[in-house]
Design a protein. Sequence first.
Lengths: 309, 327
Amino acid sequence: MPTVTTDPIVLSTLLAELSLRQLPCGGWAALASSSQPAIEPTCYSALVLCSAPVGDSERAQDFLLHTQNPNGSWPVFPGDDQEGGWVTSLAVMSLFDLVPAIPARLKGLHWLVSCVGREGNWFWKWKFRTADRHVRFDPDKFGWPWFPDTVSWVVPTAFSILALNQLPCSCGGLEKVPFRVERGVEMLLDRACDGGGWNAGNGVVYGTALAPHPDDTAIALLALSDRGQHPIVQNGVQYLERLAPTLTAPWSLSWAILALAAHRQPIARLHRSLVALRDLVSIEDTSTLALVCLALDFGRTLSALGVGQ
Amino acid sequence: MSFTRRDFLIGSAALAAGTTVTAPFLLPKYHSDQRPKRSRVAILHAQQYSQQLDQILAAGLRLFPIDVRGKTVVLKPNLVDYIPGNAINTHPLLVLAAAESFRRVGAKSVVVAEGPGHQRDTQMVLSQSGYEQCLRDERIRFVDLNRDELIRTPLRASYTGMKHLWLPRTVLETDFLVSMPKIKTHHWSGVTLSMKNMFGVVPGARYGWPKNILHWKGIQESILDLCATVPVHFVIADGIVAMEGNGPLNGTARPLGNIVLADDPVAADAACARLMGFEPGRIVHIRESSRFLGNSSPVTIDQVAEAVVSPATPFRVVPEFRYLHMQ
């Protein structure tokens, strides 16, 4: 793991701002100007605050436990329809290490195992093989959708793999976990862009190679941190190494730092670039603010995500 | 011929079954006819993106009897992704010109709002596409519709079969919504114009990147449900440099030299389609929306400023959409 010293004043200022944005219900809203709590920013913030001496992480965890759907999944925000969605994997990860949350995490993991991209079904597999071939992908290699009843995409698949990899064993009805994780890994490798890296999940459409995105690439690389020798993973790392020094958007830069650190690449320069970005404390998007904190404290973050150990 | 009570019952049952089966196909899928009696379209010539767009647009808006004094205005550009050299997004100078024009005629506030469909890092797209600097310089607020507060919104049409969508508060509560598409071909829907541009209001945080549920429910059907539910009050379409071929991301830039203004999205899209060399009636969402949402026939459209002239060489499309070309 690379070692980088973080300016404690920068981090503490950002942590204080994050703490200020916590809503009375315990959750965080997606935007600083909003009062509608949402699961994604709450998960990132809970991951930050569980190891920081500010904020009320207990209230954040209570909020997450109380918003879980009866089927084990998490909604995108309280009051959402109860079908569940991609944030389930984030919620499961951010409740890590919390003993009273074990039953909720298990329910969440069961839901994740049962949630399959549509191409996992034989009918859609057949359709994608015969009639609908404009997007190049192998429907045998499926992962997780953003929401039930749609196909697999890179980010929800990567987050689900990270969540399922936190399981110490695949027992108690979770015997399918290794199979799902392996299929998910295959799916990520299949959906990589030709020149290295990942976008949402469309490498080639209508015969045209599409460009990768740094954040999608980084999240995929985190999920593939134990496959560092695979040529596709190495291509992804190289793409991110080339691109990361040019990034000025804190969201993508933070993800890049986490992914490159997980793959044991030097990140000191990126770290300095992140700290030097102006107005970090006034970032409107709370998920981004929390993610910057996670990137500045990348060692602890990777440990919480269970990668790069 | 005798007609028994048994025959009557069997006949009635058959009629009821037939009605049940066929009714969904015969009944209209829209809740109300929202068409204006007449619509107005203005085509303005503009050869390049420059500061002069301010004057061109201000003059164009005067051709419409719109009153935004004291109203909140949301400008919804098409801001999808950034690929160097590709004419993907509505040009920021056109958006700035629109903001300035609406401010000048008394709008209470002007906000630019979009939820990019491919990129989760909205700030990166804003920065790379030149929006960030422009909006900061002109002190125009941007709202990321992918992460805005959401309101459960019943759909006012049933082409997809969905009953509701979660839609952003900023869009639902504005007084005056302006769709500002880039005129482009699209490999899944044929074209992407002011109505398809409304996909950007569907929040990624709720529906994913891309907003895959809309593809599964049918792109044309989703456009219809969305536009029936979220009224577009005005259109300013960027056709100065358009896109043809494998749009919406990887097509080729096609200089068209036009800005299309309209007070009806259906009329706007029909005009844009003609400017591209397409027959509007062959584009499913334009044809269907002209039954309840707006006007596509030249008979019900007041054409002001320049005339609609179809190009000698129509826009190139992927093979599946060659039937759109006018004969």
